[in-house]
Design a protein around this ligand. Structure first.
Ligand code: URA
Length: 217
């Protein structure tokens, strides 16, 4: 069994089939952040197809993610799943990952040094997956990937270009799904942003020949 709790089965049991997880994208061991090594049960790698057109990036694993070894499987994950379903997307069609792969103690935000330590894992994943569109879920991933301060509530829904690991990437900013749990009025906006992600990336309606609309931006 590796540090990421790998016992040969895909994290999350039968939620995703084995093919959906590409060995190249796993981080089998990492000891760079002493506080996170202390607080984690396992490394939580991204999940979903290694060639996904749509990549969601959250902040870092919480308690449930740490327990199950899969991103966004707690209450925030339920909101994300609902929004994906509403947008005609299946969770298995998209890739979901985090800025840091280990649970910060007491669910605090990852520190700058921890984000920096994990950056190579995230950039490697972005480079390998090469998605049409990256969706940043919340302020932390938005600021981390855009390398500037972000007023996430007002910028949510914006599509911007960002230089990430030497390549130009299209990034759609979004509030974190947890924001909709604290503030119900953010729910419609969050659902609209996820629907926009599906349309722009071409993943929504892919079965009927969906095509990326990012050229329009
Ligand atoms: N919040 C995140 O940002 N990531 C997760 O994986 C779960 C909750």
């Amino acid at each position: 069994m590796t540090e990421n709790g790998d016992d040969g089965d895909a994290p999350g049991g039968d939620a995703l089939d084995g093919d959906a997880l590409d060995e190249d994208l796993r981080v089998p061991s990492c000891e760079r952040c002493p506080a996170l090594v202390e607080s984690r049960s396992r490394i939580v790698d991204g999940v979903g197809p290694a060639d996904a057109d749509l990549l969601f990036v959250g902040e870092g694993p919480g308690a449930q993610e740490d327990e199950k070894g899969e991103p966004f499987v707690g209450r925030s994950g339920d909101v994300l799943d609902d929004a994906l379903r509403d947008a005609g997307l299946a969770r298995a069609d998209v890739r979901i990952t985090n800025c840091v792969r280990c649970r910060p103690p007491d669910n605090r935000d990852p520190k700058k040094g921890e984000l920096a330590n994990c950056r190579g894992h995230l950039e490697g994943e972005i480079d390998r997956v090469d998605p049409e569109l990256i969706v940043t879920l919340g302020k932390v991933p938005s600021e981390h990937l855009l390398d500037r301060s972000v007023a996430i509530t007002s910028e949510s829904g914006d599509v911007v270009d960002a230089r990430i690991a030497g390549a130009s990437r299209r990034v759609l900013l979004s509030v974190h799904p947890a924001a909709t749990l604290y503030d119900r009025s953010q729910r419609d906006g969050f659902f609209e942003t996820i629907a926009r992600a599906g349309e722009l990336s071409g993943v929504a309606g892919a079965e009927s020949g969906g095509q990326s609309r990012l050229g329009e931006f």
